[in-house]
Ligand binder design. Structure first.
Ligand SMILES: [Zn+2]
Length: 83
């Protein structure tokens, strides 16, 4: 009887270790998915350009030039801010 109890205890320990290992694997897998998703969204974000004006490193394009008044309108190609 004592021998059986010890076996059951050992089995429980083994099952616990397996469950912890599976838990770690799942967490690691979720984390890698999350990182991949983050990297992808950051890549998309950098390609499309930042829509948040205060964080935008503006790249102005000349939108129109008014030769009468000597005015040039500049528009940021990333966020659409005009200058
Ligand atoms: Zn901008």
């Amino acid at each position: 009887m004592e021998h059986l109890t010890r076996m059951v205890k050992e089995m429980i320990e083994v099952i616990k270790a397996i469950l912890i290992a599976i838990g770690f694997l799942v967490v690691a897998y979720m984390f890698s998915l999350f990182l991949a998703d983050c990297a992808k969204s950051i890549g998309d974000w950098r390609k499309k350009g930042c829509k948040i004006k205060c964080l935008c490193k503006h790249e102005y394009d000349v939108e129109f030039a008014n030769s009468l008044f000597g005015e040039i309108s500049l528009k940021c190609r990333k966020c659409g801010k005009k200058k």
